[in-house]
Design a protein around this ligand. Structure first.
Ligand code: PLP
Length: 357
């Protein structure tokens, strides 16, 4: 987090740094509180964990294997490790979290599986890029492509449509590749598309989903969901060996019950997306700024003159300017309100007008 410059931000101010700057949402908090009453068995052998897994099976409308781990890096890297051998390769976008933000964990946990990078507009990979990467070499000296990993919503705040995912799946089938999804912001993607979760997962050929809870409103604990249930074989051992089997598992799983049982997960994601739309709208009215990618989820990427960026930081606003392709990333969370956006845009407007003079 050291690359976010901050100068004395007003304590507790809601920021646009990341959706993980936000606290725990009320639904997750109250489930945690309930889970704290009395005793329950450890290591996931408890009622909360069973209920959370059942609610996820209901949500996805299919039988699937569900595991809870501490964070997204663990979810991604252990899921990917379960999908390939060490001599295989994983194909993902060059901006993918798997490549840039996991400190080599996918390679580490898969004992050296190589990550191959694909470029593509707006943070998305295409069937054509998969084809080129697979066909580039087919000899024994090349790390054999085995898995495609897509991020939904993407690192650049865009969303794959059902049609785009199915086209990727088509290419996967052609080359015998498995399909993984980094769903750190899966909820925002579902809210954006207005689709059923099944339509962008197993109905689009997905084998394994890393489903994020943290950015949606929980404190900790992401889910790994195997639609291809054979791949889940011995995944429990993989989790344990990696230090990802929570002793008091109910505190990872209970918040999921709180999020899922009354639809809070989707409500919060819709709200975060709506705040980003409101922010985008306000920014588009300003001179000297450029929206960089189509805003389809809860992030707005904007190119700002450097003095404006520093001016905002000086006024205590926190946001990253190195994520994705170097613009400023403004991220809305479940608890962002219009007044936060108004205050930020007010400062942005005055700085833009100042630097124009
Ligand atoms: C936040 C995030 C993750 C998970 O990161 P952790 O810090 O390990 O929980 C995974 N993928 C993407 C795209 C993310 O933004």
């Amino acid at each position: 987090m050291s690359r976010v410059l901050t100068v004395q931000a007003p304590a507790g101010r809601r920021q646009f740094g990341s959706d993980n700057y936000a606290g725990i949402c009320p639904e997750a908090w109250s489930a945690l509180k309930k889970a704290n009453e009395g005793h329950a068995r450890g290591y996931g052998d408890d009622e909360w964990t069973a209920q959370a897994a059942d609610l996820l099976r209901e949500l996805f409308e299919t039988k699937c294997e569900v595991f809870f781990v501490f964070n997204g890096t663990a979810a991604n890297s252990l899921a990917l490790a379960s999908m390939c051998q060490s001599y295989h390769s994983i194909l993902c976008h060059e901006n993918a979290h798997v490549e840039n933000d996991e400190c080599g964990a996918p390679e580490f946990f898969s004992n050296g599986t190589k990550v191959l990078l694909l470029s593509g507009e707006n943070g998305k990979i295409t069937p054509g890029a998969i084809e080129r990467t697979v066909l580039k070499r087919t000899d024994i000296h090349y790390p054999k492509p085995r898995v495609v990993s897509v991020t939904q919503a993407t690192e650049l705040g865009t969303v794959y449509s059902v049609i785009e995912l199915k086209a990727i799946w088509g290419m996967c089938k052609r080359f015998g590749l498995r399909l993984h999804m980094d769903g750190a912001r899966f909820a925002n993607a579902v809210a954006s598309l207005g689709c059923a979760p099944r339509e962008i997962t197993w109905e689009a050929g997905l084998d394994v989903l890393s489903l994020g809870g943290t950015k949606n409103g929980t404190a900790v604990g992401d889910a790994v969901i195997f639609f291809n249930r054979e791949l889940a074989s011995e995944f429990d051992y993989r989790c344990k060996q990696a230090g990802q089997l929570a002793s008091k598992m109910r505190f990872l799983s209970a918040p999921w019950v709180g999020m899922l049982q009354d639809g809070a997960w989707l409500r919060h994601a819709r709200h975060a997306n709506a705040m980003a739309a409101y922010l985008e709208n306000a920014i588009r009215k300003l001179p000297e700024v450029r929206i960089m990618f189509p805003r389809q989820a809860n992030a707005v990427f904007v190119e700002l003159p450097p003095p404006v960026i520093h001016g905002l930081w000086d006024r205590g606003w926190m946001f990253y300017n190195f994520i994705g392709e170097g613009g400023c990333r403004l991220m809305c969370a479940w608890d962002t309100i219009e007044e936060d956006v108004d205050a930020f845009v007010g400062d942005l407007r005055s700085l833009v007008l100042q630097t124009k003079d």
